[in-house]
Write a protein that binds this ligand. Sequence first.
Ligand SMILES: [Zn+2]
Ligand SMILES: [Zn+2]
Length: 676
Amino acid sequence: MGKLDFRAWLFHLRFTKIEMSEINVQLNDGPAAQVAAPITVAEALKKLDRETAKQALAARVNGREVDLAFTLAEQQNGEAIKIEPVLPESLEGLDVLRHSTAHLLAAAVLDLFPGTKLGIGPALLDDPRYGFFYDVITPQALTEADLPVIEKRMRQIASRNLSYRRDEIPKAEALRIFQERDEPLKRELIDEKAGETVSVYYIDNSPFIDFCLGPHVPNTNKLKAFKLLSLAGAYWKGDATKPQMQRIYGTAFFTQEQLDAWLKQREEAEKRDHRRLGKELDLFSIQDAYGQGLVLWHPRGGAIRKEMEDYLREQLAQRGYGLVFTPHIAKRELWQRSGHEETYGDVMFSPMELEETQFRLKPMNCPFHIGIYKSAQHSYRDLPLRYAELGTCYRAELSGTLHGLMRVRGFTQDDAHIFCTPETVRGEIIDCINFAFALLGAFGFDKFKIELSVRGDGTTNKYLGSDEDWQRAENALVEALEGQGLAYERMEDEAAFYGPKIDIKVEDAIGRLWQLTTVQFDFNMPERFELEYIGEDNKPHRPLMIHRALFGSMERFFGVLIEHYAGAFPMWLAPVQVAVLPITDRANEYAEKVGAELRRAGLRVETNLKSEKIGAKIRDSQMQKVPFMLVLGDREMEQGNVAVRERAKGDIGVMSTSDFVEMARKLVEMRALTNT
Ligand SMILES: [Zn+2]
Ligand SMILES: [Zn+2]
């Protein structure tokens, strides 16, 4: 049914006198039944499957989301009306649940603070921090102390098992209702968005009414596990010139157990927050005076960055990549030719001009690597060519979307572009995947989720490239994954417009997934830049091009790493690997000697000669999460030994300096993930 048909049908349902008749309904592709109409979706579901009917939160009727109270009156073209229940434990179900809870929140606020003006209140599914919000202007500004009070009122309303009721009213009537209720923001929305009739929702016997398309749960009884989380400032429509509002954040789940588990993870995540740890451990800073989203790596963060780069460079050399270096800016025409200006223009920094030529900062490295490829003729014998670069890119992300190291404006990709023939592409993909696993594993990630994003069916016009190209590329990716026995999830219609891709997400220490590695085909750029190689047949051919980044961005990976280890890095990554702590001033000279010996062995050492008690020095190193502390007193000095303390285990005994050096070096060389 098309959009217009559906509207006509709804209109028909509402405004024609409906006579009793028999209609056919069907549960998904399952059981069907003939029922007397009109009948609500809830009743029809009961006749199809009692258990499902009990569970359902809403439904899709012939593909359209509706409430369970939606009335079915007649079928079209004699075909059975298809009902798909929206069930708990599905993303769609969570959306309905959270959106309905946002309404409950608004009802509680209105109940407690009459005169409140409401903005919008959507569900959030992608934000790991929150599940929904509602923007409000209360007569007196809210404080954090109001949240438990509002939450309590939400529970009271929920326990009364009130119905969510939808109504369709003429626009003029809707405007009048919200005028009467002195809700100017809702009026503004209706003015802008509504058609001739307006869909409104009530929570019966509560002061709440909303302009909303739904669907919602049938009654407040379905809302059992929710929590209000925080309060933030917000502007109406995100516009600083518009009225200032307060945003109440909360979340909701299907069960209390799910909510509790999530709250625990959230608490754990807060302890690991890389922005806090970054400051405490002196790893990096982002300072407003330099620009939001621009990262300053401090020496201790720099030490970790160096280890990341060293590992990468070693591997690149072993795996036959050539290291390239390219500028941060290029002529604007280049970005026009590459298509970046067209498709990425809104995240590129504005052009700058010199001698009547315009330049733009690079949002990606690809065109530069293409420039290197194009600088010479290539035969099939030269391919594959693999160019790798730690390329620093700039993207004009809006300030509201920036988040610590996770989302920034300037970042360095561990980027590479592989130019190859159709014959070698499968092997290249396999190498990329193996490389990714080796790298992610080396940094301590051992749980992965792989997604294969493909074009899907019936939407071919938004994708570039021929069907043959796509099929071949997809086959190469599938064969590479399946040949390695890797489980993956197929994501239909999620490919980049220029080609299919494999994304690898890692699971961190507290079970969160982070998207890091990406391996992508590109049919677009070889075409735009007319790339060629001479084939065995002596004729020119287009090479295939693969973009791949394993860390993704160095900044983001660093952020994930900080949170994964909660700042307690394994020995080889730790910014300070050994702290040398003399017990008294008498041992200072010996401490400096030991420190120098460790440094000569390539270890990162800090010698603490402050005149503090040894307990304070140990505490300080412990706070800095230094893997090993060497405690030096008179006895150690006389015997040329060190008393070793390990970060997690405490004292592990006295040994000679050279034995300690050997042990420490081994841990570093092996890139060991634990200190045992
Ligand atoms: Zn709603
Ligand atoms: Zn690229």
